[in-house]
Design a protein around this ligand. Structure first.
Ligand SMILES: C[S@@+](CC[C@H](N)C(=O)[O-])C[C@H]1O[C@@H](n2cnc3c(N)ncnc32)[C@H](O)[C@@H]1O
Length: 276
């Protein structure tokens, strides 16, 4: 708490934001948040931590990464380039039509993480939300989404949803909403991109009770329907990611030591699509 107040008092705005990001990054390690879980869980046996030490260590790491970033800019003669970060909804960015040269994005992979839960400590500490339930509903892929518009989903998407509804009706609805949201994101991407410019979309497929949830193939269909030419799909094996989830045969999340486990993401795909 004391640490947070010190960070908040830093006068220089850019430095304060840098410190706030650092503080946000250490929240999980400095609390009883169960680090190996993809859901908010407590670990009351967690050893004591030293927030000042963790903050300093992480600040050093962030500083060295920043130095590396500016070194690359300098090496590539891009020194004058500026950047800014805005918070918004990918379905409705508010950016001008035909104004963007390149989009690089990684949408949620559906039914894997509740991102609002994963960001919970940051959202609450920085008062970005007071009501987690209503915040959750804004996230794509959430289980808490409301019944909203019914955007047309593709033939393959319908097939997946219909297979899933035999196993779990509410999950099938969630996936249907997810695909409909992805469709809206791709339409928005097409709107803001300049003609002939590209979007790189990184995402993974998943599986639930033997139903293959083919997010990549569905995305390719959705992108084509939105007016993109899909130029390339690059497949790459994932390195051992801390948060790579496993599921047991019942479809429940489990840890890697479970006998009947199945790794959910072993591969990741990068779709390169050009606005026609
Ligand atoms: C697969 S992760 C990508 C993470 C990102 N590449 C990074 O390094 O932080 C998907 C991200 O999409 C975000 N997300 C969920 N709903 C969104 C929405 N409606 N608009 C924009 N982003 C959203 C989640 O919060 C999550 O951080």
């Amino acid at each position: 708490m004391e640490m947070f107040l010190i960070v908040k008092k830093v006068k220089e705005k850019r430095l304060r934001i840098f410190y706030e990001c650092c503080f946000s990054d250490i929240l999980k390690n400095c609390s009883i948040w169960y680090s190996k879980s993809i859901k908010p869980m407590r670990d009351i046996s967690k050893p004591d931590y030293n927030p000042i030490e963790m903050f300093t260590q992480h600040l050093n790491f962030m500083t060295s990464q920043n130095k590396e970033y500016y070194r690359i800019l300098k090496d590539k003669n891009l020194k004058g380039i500026t950047s800014s970060i805005r918070e918004g909804d990918a379905r409705k960015t508010g950016l001008h039509s035909d104004s963007i040269d390149l989009i690089i994005t990684s949408p949620p992979y559906a039914i894997s993480y509740e991102y609002a839960d994963l960001h919970q400590l940051t959202l609450l500490w920085f008062k970005f939300t007071e009501n987690m339930n209503s915040t959750k509903q804004k996230f794509i892929g959430t289980a808490s989404g409301q019944e909203h518009f019914s955007e047309e989903i593709t033939f393959l998407a319908k097939k997946i949803v219909s297979k899933l509804s035999k196993k779990d009706k509410s999950l099938a609805k969630q996936i249907s909403r997810y695909y409909s949201d992805l469709g809206l994101v791709y339409q928005e991407m097409r709107r803001i991109l300049k003609k002939g410019k590209r979007a790189c979309i990184i995402l993974g497929d998943t599986e639930y009770k033997k139903v293959k949830i083919k997010n990549t193939e569905v995305s390719i269909e959705l992108l084509r329907n939105s007016g993109f030419e899909v130029e390339q799909v690059i497949k790459r094996k994932l390195s051992s990611k801390t948060f790579t989830p496993y599921r047991d045969q019942e479809g429940k999340f489990t840890n890697s030591s479970h006998g009947q486990k199945k790794k959910i993401y072993q591969w990741e795909y990068i779709i390169i699509a050009k606005k026609q």
